[in-house]
Design a protein around this ligand. Structure first.
Ligand SMILES: [Zn+2]
Length: 400
């Protein structure tokens, strides 16, 4: 089936073969990673299975969950351990295989703290369980302790139990989480790969396939966010992969009699020659690019003369420079309005230095004349800016 997709993409007709300029591996990467976001069927199937895994965890009361849980005797077992027996159905085998791969996407939101394992589950903003971050071996008998063991209703987190073996970053992550308490209900599983904590096939698919660096993503964003016809975006995409079918490439593939540029006949038609350095093309650029920017524009990664084989990286940088538009920010005037008579106003804000980063929250209470009545500030630990805002709304927490 994937063969059919490939052929369609490159415009095959029966009896003809077209060049596949870009590998299937690359095409099946997300747009942000330089691909076309075409899904790989095997991984897509696994992502759908992951949805079943998630359902077993988050919707345990549903009839189908209950059937599977009791059939495979999971009722008493840890909620995060699925195991296939020999007689199990193919569906159960498939679920258990996928489970291993998606378990890293599951985290917990702490309520009572009675179901989540302090050392082995993912419940802080850290990417790995605390057990792996500890500087010393955690005693065997402590590993199964739940989060509520490490907090006290009145005193908050009991730091002396764990602060000597965890790095500062983890302690700050813990500080950002409200301490467990019975009246906050059960601990809830959250899907860590979406901002709202709900499972999505798309994010599971992302987890199952390779992801690229942020730096690369920024480059591809420039290409796909470019405002203009799809045809041009596709051209930019091929260009950024260094895969335009220039005469230089065609000669190498025995598709053209010579490598020279059809416009000027003087030079080899490499990619950079075709889009920038050919004298005919240059004239056009000069009418578009401001004179003051010519030098930078035409000298990026050297002149054409000594550079026949520009690398992908260089092309991406250049197209990034040329095609990035404004980032859409705009100015807006805002001001504070005092509350009407008889009312007081509470303004709060939370912020983090980096996202996530060291975070704080605070608020001021003012009267109708704008006079300061009271205020609070609070250190939070390390949290996302969103969490910091929530702490600010929650208001000060004083040990009593
Ligand atoms: Zn030329």
């Amino acid at each position: 089936m994937e063969q059919l997709c490939r052929n369609f993409l490159w415009g095959h007709q029966s009896g003809t073969r077209k060049l596949h300029l870009i590998s299937w591996d690359t095409i099946t990467q997300p747009l942000a990673s330089g691909g076309l976001g075409v899904r790989r069927l095997r991984e897509l199937n696994e992502a759908f299975l992951a949805k079943l895994c998630w359902g077993l965890l988050s919707d345990r009361e549903a009839l189908w969950s209950q059937v599977l849980i009791h059939k495979y005797e999971m009722a008493g077992a840890s909620r995060l351990k699925f195991k296939a027996t020999h007689q199990a159905s193919w569906l159960w085998h498939a679920i258990c295989d996928v489970w291993e791969k998606v378990v890293g996407g599951i985290g917990w939101s702490i309520g009572s703290g009675q179901q989540v394992k302090f050392w082995t589950d993912l419940w802080t903003a850290s990417a790995s369980p605390l057990l792996e971050l500890a500087s010393e071996e955690v005693p065997e008998e402590a590993r199964n302790r739940c989060v509520d063991y490490y907090a006290d209703r009145d005193r908050g987190w009991i730091w002396e139990y764990f602060q000597h073996i965890l790095p500062m970053s983890s302690l700050l992550h813990i500080a950002a989480i409200p301490t467990p308490s019975d009246d906050r209900g059960a601990d809830l599983p959250i899907w860590r790969l979406t901002s709202n904590g709900n499972f999505s096939i798309k994010s599971a698919y992302g987890l199952l396939t390779r992801d690229c660096t942020q730096e690369e993503k920024d480059i591809w964003r420039v290409v796909w966010k470019w405002k203009g016809p799809e045809r041009v975006k596709t051209f930019l995409w091929l260009l950024s992969h260094g895969k335009l079918l220039t005469n230089e490439v065609r000669l190498r593939r025995n598709l053209a009699p010579s490598a020279s540029c059809p416009l000027c006949q003087d030079h080899t038609e490499s990619i950079l020659h075709a889009i920038r350095d050919c004298p005919k093309v240059r004239e056009m650029w000069k009418s578009l690019v401001p004179r003051t920017a010519w030098e930078q524009f035409f000298s990026h990664f050297g002149s054409m003369a000594e550079q026949h084989h520009e690398t992908k990286e260089e092309l991406r940088v250049w197209s990034g420079v040329c095609f990035s538009g404004s980032n859409g920010r705009m100015w807006k005037n805002i001001s504070w309005l005092p509350p009407s008579n008889g009312w007081i106003a509470l303004n709060t804000d939370g912020a983090s230095k980096g996202n996530p980063g060291v975070a704080g929250a605070g608020g001021v209470i003012r009267d109708t004349k704008g006079r300061w009545l009271d205020g609070f500030v609070q250190n939070i630990g390390v949290a996302t800016s969103f969490v910091a805002e929530l702490w600010a709304i929650k208001g000060p927490t004083y040990p009593d």
